[in-house]
Ligand binder design. Sequence first.
Ligand SMILES: [Zn+2]
Length: 240
Amino acid sequence: MTIDCCSNIAFIPDDIWEAITIKVATDSIRSLCSLRMSCKAAHDAGEADIVHRSVSIPPPHATPWWWCLNPEANRFFDRCMAAGNPELLFREALRELFIRRNENVGIRMLNSASSRGHAAAKYAMSMMLMLRTDNNVEKQKGLELYRELDAAGLLADSNARCFSILTVSWPGEVQMPRLEEQHTVCASPTCSTRGHMPLLYDYRRRAAERNSVHAFGRASHIPCIQCRADYDLQAFVNLP
Ligand SMILES: [Zn+2]
């Protein structure tokens, strides 16, 4: 149904149309398309970069398969990417990091998505920084990001988002970094948790071999946050 062009709604100022369109775009692509088809003002408002930056991108399992074959859909996603949509930046960053192996490009994209409030991008960024062995400042910055996500209660969801993209979008194509002993985050001589970590890793490994849900157990019960980061780091490199 289109809106009567003679009704009062046609006189809503452009900036209000833009605000309405952004709000609708954060709900879903379908809602945005419906709104844009309702009248010319909504259609024009939907052209703005900020709308493409704000639009909600569905998770891979909820994305219609034919979108990737549709030129119009591809043009739309290209515009969203060019406008700096954080979810698309996050996904492209994972592709650059773990398929194309372009670490610098991937980190730049994660940084950009993270600065726009994308928690999973911040999580992936913290993991990548904690994997650095050549730069202790970067490693500490990674731990700082990890602490912020922990304080905000966003670790589990962020880990699940990374898992979803890496396993559903590119099954079999992803190559995660190798974790060596020098990557260990907790180096505290007074840590009372570190000595027990091999038992936890062993428990998780055996759970994974049995395809048990305990293989995906979270680390929130580990009192030392650096050991918790080590536990999550190991889960991250074994994600796909
Ligand atoms: Zn520790």
